[in-house]
Design a protein around this ligand. Structure first.
Ligand SMILES: [Ca+2]
Ligand SMILES: [Ca+2]
Ligand SMILES: [Ca+2]
Length: 297
């Protein structure tokens, strides 16, 4: 064990040594990524229903340490905040090895920005060099570059645009949902956050959790003081079970009454999940037992 730890430290030092050409140890990234759940094909932007409902948490849901700046959630338009995402800088030699990670805010037009809602992402302590870069989200499957990308330490920031990145440029196969017109988005539907999207299929190979469908159904039945609820029950919450991120959690229900926004018509999570399974390119003779996994090592 001690030997293994020593080897790991040695490898890590070697990576830094090869990467550090400038001794100015902060890299800057301008990442663009779409989430399929809230993506709106009419506006070509993501919907910001969670922000409009006032339910995006001020503190990030991944690390619990990044805090959104004052007034950040008041911005409207293309740069309004959709949700939090997670960004990882990974070793150019061992892409499963995370060297640095942080939370970021995601704007409607796909820009992943710092907690002030506008600035590019900085990674203090990471020297200029080539790295794999991965982005993930609470209930979408994450994506990673297929190559180590040269990232400089200029505050003008290196651009990595996953929205226009062809499948061959991302790690694995069908790592993102193809929206047509050369645009891609993270696959929506990992409601239980186990790294797979499943409906009736056996659970994720690396997970002991139920299918996303079974967990969503249980969440709706067991939610709140009115439990057990009918499958048509709909409630509002910041939750990974809100697959399309409109603020409403539904299994078979369609309408939710909000005292502020009135009646909201929402998509049925059950049908939405099934559709995600049936349209996956690897599910060629579509069956609801198909399961697909996040393409990040
Ligand atoms: Ca923007
Ligand atoms: Ca899952
Ligand atoms: Ca929803």
């Amino acid at each position: 064990m001690k030997l293994l730890t020593s080897i790991s430290v040695l490898l890590l030092c070697t990576i830094w040594l090869f990467a550090d050409t400038s001794h100015n140890s902060t890299i800057y990234l301008h990442i663009k990524v779409f989430l399929y759940g809230p993506y709106n094909t009419t506006t070509s932007l993501m919907n910001d229903d969670l922000r409009q409902c006032g339910i995006i948490p001020n503190t990030d849901p991944y690390f619990g340490i990044y805090v959104a700046g004052a007034g950040v959630f008041n911005t409207t338009g293309n740069n309004a905040i959709v949700d939090w995402v997670k960004v990882e800088i990974r070793s150019p030699i061992f892409p499963h090895m995370i060297l640095a990670s942080r939370a970021a805010l995601l704007q409607r037009d796909g820009d992943a920005v710092d907690v002030d809602g506008v600035s590019s992402l900085s990674f203090p302590g990471v020297p200029s060099g080539s790295y794999y870069v991965a982005v993930s989200h609470r209930n979408h499957l994450g994506v990673m570059t297929n190559f180590a990308v040269l990232i400089n330490n200029s505050p003008s920031a290196t651009v990595i645009d996953f929205t226009t990145m062809p499948d061959a440029s991302t790690y694995g196969t069908y790592s993102q949902q193809d929206m047509g017109g050369g645009l891609h988005a993270l696959w929506a539907g990992d409601a239980n956050g186990d790294g797979c999207i499943s409906y009736n299929g056996t659970t994720c190979p690396c997970s002991s959790l139920n299918t996303d469908n079974a967990d969503l159904k249980a969440e709706v039945i067991n939610h709140g003081s009115t439990a057990p609820n009918p499958l048509t029950y709909v409630f509002k919450e910041y939750s990974s079970f809100d697959i399309d991120m409109d603020g409403c959690i539904s299994y078979d229900g369609t309408a939710y009454y909000d005292p502020i926004f009135g009646i909201k018509i929402t998509q049925q999570g059950n049908a939405y999940l099934l559709n995600q399974i049936m349209i996956h390119p690897d599910n060629s003779s579509p069956t609801p037992t198909f399961v697909f996994k996040e393409q990040i090592p």
